[in-house]
Design a protein around this ligand. Structure first.
Ligand code: ATP
Ligand code: MG
Length: 558
C-alpha cells in the first residue's frame, strides 16, 4: 500500500517528502504560485497551480499567491482579479496574497547594498550593445567600459535612475559577476531598468526603476519564507543566479530552493500570453474567455469542469523533459467527466416535422425519461409527446438504400426515444420539392416503460414535441489552429487560424425546459456532444456551447 502511494507521487513530491522526513527547514513546506498579472491564466498555468498548491496541501504546508508585478508596462488589475477568480474556480486556496511590488523598497535597499559592496554598477550602454557584449556559451563576453565606476558614482546614478531624470533605456544596474562565466546568466545580469511613463497598477508613479525577474524572484521567495520554489524547466539555467543573489544578502542559514518541471504544451493552440493578447486585441477571438482559447476562463465558458482539468493534469504528470501533449487527451478528460455529470437531452439541429397520422389530434401525454443512464442518481424528468414532433432531417430519407435503418416510406419500424415505435408512411413537399413534413403511424402498444416497450427495433431516433419546442442557438467549436504547433511554423501564427473553428447554428430545437438552464450547467445533446449554456445566454435567446463531441472525430477526419 505504501509502495503504491509512493509510486503515484511525482518527482518533486518525492523531493519534498524526503525534505520533510529529514526535517529540513523544520519540516516546513511553503510554496508559491507566482503569475505575472499580464494576461489571463491558461491550462499551462493550471499545471503549475496543481503542483504548487498540490504539494503544499499534500504535506500540510501553505501555498501563497504572489503577483510577480515588476513590469508596469504590461500589467493590470483586470488580470490580478481574473487570476484569483480562476484559481478559486479550480478549487485551490492560497494562504496569503503577496505582490512583488510590496518588496520594491526592500529590493532597492539590497541593490544599494550590492553597489556598496562593489558588486553592482550602472551601465549606460544601450540594450543592443550590452547584448552584443554577452558573448556566446563558448566565447567569453566583453566587459562594459562602465564596469569599474567608483561606488559613489554608481550609487548616485542608481538614485538618479529612480528620480525621473533618466530616460527609459538610458541606463541599467548590472550585477558585477563574471563576463566569462560558462553560465550566460552570470555575465553581469541586469538587475534594474528604467520605466518612467507607465504607472504601476499598485504603486503608481512612485518608482521609476524596476527590478528584473532574476533579482526580484529569489529575494521575494526569501522574504516570504518559501521552502520549495517550483517553476518550469527554462529556469534551470537561472537557478545558480537565483542562489547567488540570495547568498549575497541572506543573514540566516535558511535558503529557498528552486525545482523545475516540464511546462505544458498542447497541440493546435498557443499558450504564450503575448500571442493570446494579440488574438484578443486584434479581434481574432471574442476575448480572453472565448471558448476556443486555452485560458481557464475560456475552458470554463466552453463547459470544462475543474475536475476535468485536474484529472488531465494528473494524467500527463510532471517530468524533466519537454513534450507536447495532444489536445485530444484534454478532450478525453472532459468527455469522461461529463459522462456522469451531464443529463441527456434531445436537441434537433436541422429540424423537420414528423406527423403521427393515427395519434389523436388534440392529445398530449407526458412521458418519463431517464436523465442519465450513466448516473442513476440523476433521476428522471418528464417530457411531453403529441401528434407533431420535430426530428432531425437526416433521420428521414425518401429513397433510402436497404442499409438505412431510420425513417423511409415503407421502411422498417423505428423507435422514438423513450416513446413509441413508428413506421414511416411518406412525406409532404413544398412547390420547390423541399420536404416540409414526414408522416408516420405509431403502435400504441409499444410505449417505453410498458411491456410493449421492450420490443427491440434496429434504430432509435430523437425528437422534441412541437408543443414544447424552443428555438436556441448552438455554437460548435473546433480547434483554433489548423496546424499542430502554430508557434513552430515559419508563417505568422495568425495566418494559421482554423477558419472553421466556430460554427453557429441558429434555429436548433430543444425542449423549452432547457431555456431555463444556467451557465455552467452541462448537458449531453444525444448523438451530438456535450454542451453548456453560454454566459451570454438569456431565457429569451438561449445559447449553447459545444464543449466536446461525443467521440474523437477529429482523428477520423484527418
Ligand atoms: P508567458 O511567458 O506567456 O508570459 P509565463 O510563463 O511568463 O508566461 P507567468 O505568469 O510568469 O507566465 O507564470 C506563472 C507560473 O506558471 C510560473 O511558475 C510558470 O513557470 C508557470 N507556467 C507558465 N506557463 C506554463 C506552462 N505552459 N506549463 C506549466 N507551467 C507554466
Ligand atoms: Mg513569466
Amino acid at each position: 500500500m505504501e509502495e503504491e502511494v509512493k509510486k503515484s507521487q511525482n518527482f518533486i513530491e518525492e523531493i519534498v517528502e524526503k525534505d520533510v522526513q529529514e526535517g529540513k527547514l523544520g519540516g516546513r513546506v511553503q510554496t508559491r504560485f507566482p503569475p505575472e498579472p499580464n494576461g489571463y491564466l491558461h491550462i499551462g498555468h493550471a499545471k503549475a497551480i496543481c503542483m504548487d498548491f498540490g504539494v503544499a496541501e499534500k504535506f500540510g504546508g501553505v501555498c501563497n499567491l504572489r503577483f510577480d508585478d515588476t513590469n508596469p508596462t504590461k500589467e493590470d488589475v483586470e488580470y490580478v482579479d481574473s487570476i484569483q477568480e480562476d484559481i478559486c474556480w479550480l478549487g485551490f486556496k492560497w494562504g496569503n496574497i503577496y505582490y512583488a511590488s510590496d518588496y520594491f523598497q526592500q529590493l532597492w535597499d539590497l541593490a544599494e547594498k550590492l553597489i556598496l559592496d562593489g558588486k553592482a554598477y550602472i551601465d549606460e550602454q544601450s540594450a543592443e550593445v550590452i547584448a552584443q557584449q554577452k558573448g556566446t556559451p563558448t566565447t567569453p563576453g566583453v566587459e562594459s567600459p562602465f564596469r569599474n565606476r567608483p561606488v559613489e558614482e554608481n550609487l548616485a546614478l542608481f538614485r538618479k535612475m529612480n528620480s525621473g531624470e533618466v530616460k527609459d533605456g538610458a541606463m541599467v544596474l548590472r550585477a558585477k559577476i563574471d563576463m566569462s562565466s560558462p553560465n550566460m546568466h552570470f555575465r553581469d545580469p541586469i538587475m534594474y531598468r528604467v520605466i518612467t511613463d507607465h504607472p504601476h497598477h499598485r504603486t503608481g508613479y512612485k518608482w521609476k526603476a524596476y527590478p528584473m525577474y532574476d533579482f526580484a524572484h529569489g529575494q521575494s521567495d526569501y522574504f516570504e519564507g518559501v521552502t520549495h520554489s517550483i517553476c518550469t524547466l527554462e529556469f534551470v539555467v537561472h537557478r545558480p543566479l537565483y542562489d547567488w543573489f540570495i547568498d549575497q544578502f541572506a543573514d540566516t542559514d535558511y535558503r529557498p530552493r528552486q525545482y523545475e518541471f516540464n511546462r505544458l504544451n498542447i497541440t493546435y493552440t498557443v499558450m504564450s500570453k503575448r500571442k493570446m493578447l494579440q488574438l484578443v486585441q486584434e479581434g481574432l477571438v471574442a476575448g480572453w474567455d472565448d471558448p476556443r482559447m486555452p485560458t481557464i476562463c475560456g475552458l470554463r465558458r466552453r463547459g470544462y469542469t475543474p475536475e476535468a482539468i485536474k484529472n488531465f493534469i494528473s494524467r500527463i504528470g510532471y517530468t524533466k523533459y519537454e513534450a507536447t501533449i495532444d489536445v485530444s487527451m484534454l478532450e478525453a478528460s472532459v468527455r469522461e467527466d461529463l459522462k456522469t455529470r451531464a443529463n441527456r437531452v434531445c436537441a434537433i439541429f436541422e429540424p423537420v416535422k414528423l406527423v403521427i397520422d393515427n395519434y389523436p389530434d388534440d392529445a398530449q401525454e407526458t412521458l418519463t425519461t431517464e436523465n442519465n443512464p450513466d448516473n442513476e442518481s440523476a433521476g428522471t424528468r418528464d417530457v411531453t409527446f403529441s401528434k407533431e414532433l420535430y426530428i432531425e432531417r437526416g433521420d428521414f430519407m425518401e429513397d433510402a438504400p436497404s442499409s438505412f435503418f431510420r425513417l423511409t416510406p415503407g421502411g422498417r419500424e423505428v423507435r422514438l426515444k423513450s416513446a413509441y415505435i413508428v413506421k414511416c408512411t411518406g412525406c409532404v413537399k413544398d412547390s420547390d420539392g423541399n420536404i416540409t413534413e414526414v408522416h408516420c403511424t405509431y403502435d400504441p402498444d409499444t410505449k417505453s416503460g410498458t411491456e410493449g416497450g421492450n420490443r427491440k427495433v434496429k434504430s432509435t431516433i430523437n425528437w422534441v414535441d412541437t408543443k414544447s419546442a424552443r428555438e436556441v442557438e448552438v455554437r460548435l467549436y473546433d480547434r483554433l489552429f489548423m496546424v499542430e504547433n502554430p508557434s513552430a511554423s515559419e508563417q505568422d501564427f495568425r495566418e494559421l487560424l482554423n477558419p472553421d473553428s466556430l460554427k453557429v447554428i441558429k434555429g436548433c430545437i430543444v425542449d423549452n425546459q432547457l431555456a431555463e438552464a444556467k451557465p455552467l450547467e452541462h448537458f449531453q445533446f444525444l448523438k451530438q456532444g456535450y454542451f453548456t449554456v453560454d454566459k451570454d445566454s438569456t431565457p429569451d435567446k438561449p445559447i449553447f456551447n459545444r464543449t466536446v463531441s461525443l467521440k474523437d472525430n477529429w482523428a477520423k477526419k484527418n
